[in-house]
Design a protein around this ligand. Structure first.
Ligand SMILES: *Cc1c(COP(=O)(O)O)cnc(C)c1O
Length: 221
């Protein structure tokens, strides 16, 4: 499939608005994050020129190669880290990203706090929760999330919400419900959940950020 990024954007925006209205929510309360991994600067610029402001990248290395140039042209774009963050990439990540969505362990919280202090750059983070308890996937186990949040707060990290990537072969709704319930109990306002295949469901469960790649850019090659 080779949809143009621009027509994908109109379609996704309309579906977000319809989904929000159907659940009695304000469409403006749902941020569309364009997941731009493996997309070239040209396709990204096209979306920016249509008003898209929030992007997410999975790998620090790839983001370092693409984004400093894009940002010179479009300084008000916001970039989220949405992939697994290795400790040895924390320095670059803190320098480049505006939000880290994948904080999932105490050692990473320690590194992030130290690096933000060193750079004098405080950026908010979301805690990634492994709602499906999948061993190969990033994210803290659900029952360990409160302790991780406490650890982050003790370090004065700003934690604004939770993020999850549900298992591929299970209904996402169960995982979105679990994440929403956890966020409510922990009094965290942001919920980053929902991708191309399930973002309308995520909005129904209270997503404040939906992370969308394929429906905007077409299939990744
Ligand atoms: C790639 C990616 C997305 C977007 O996935 P699509 O199915 O292409 O919409 C969302 N979140 C994360 C963490 C991703 O890596």
């Amino acid at each position: 499939m080779n949809i143009s990024a621009a027509s994908g954007l109109d379609d996704v925006r309309a579906r977000i608005a319809a989904g929000a209205k159907a659940s009695g929510r304000d469409p403006a309360a749902v941020t569309l994050l364009a997941a731009s991994k493996m997309q070239e600067a040209g396709a990204i610029a096209k979306l920016i020129s249509k008003g898209q402001k929030t992007f997410g990248e999975n790998r620090v290395q790839e983001a370092m190669e693409k984004w400093p140039d894009i940002r010179k042209t479009f300084p008000d774009v916001r970039l989220h880290m949405i992939g697994h963050l290795q400790s040895n990439k924390v320095r670059d990540a803190v320098a480049l990203f505006d939000i880290i969505e994948t904080l999932d362990r105490e050692s990473l919280a320690d590194e992030l706090a130290r690096e933000m202090e060193r750079q004098g750059r405080r950026i908010p983070c979301l805690i990634q929760v492994n709602t499906g308890d999948e061993p190969q996937k990033g994210g803290v186990e659900p029952d360990k999330a409160p302790a991780l949040l406490g650890h982050c707060r003790a370090l004065k990290l700003e934690i604004t919400g939770l993020m999850c990537i549900p298992p591929t072969h299970e209904p996402s709704a169960l995982h979105f419900a679990l994440l929403a319930d956890m966020a409510k109990k922990l009094a965290l306002p942001q919920l980053s959940m929902g991708m191309s295949g399930d973002f309308e469901t995520a909005i129904r469960f209270g997503a404040t950020t939906v992370r969308i790649g394929t429906a905007l850019f077409g299939e990744r090659s």
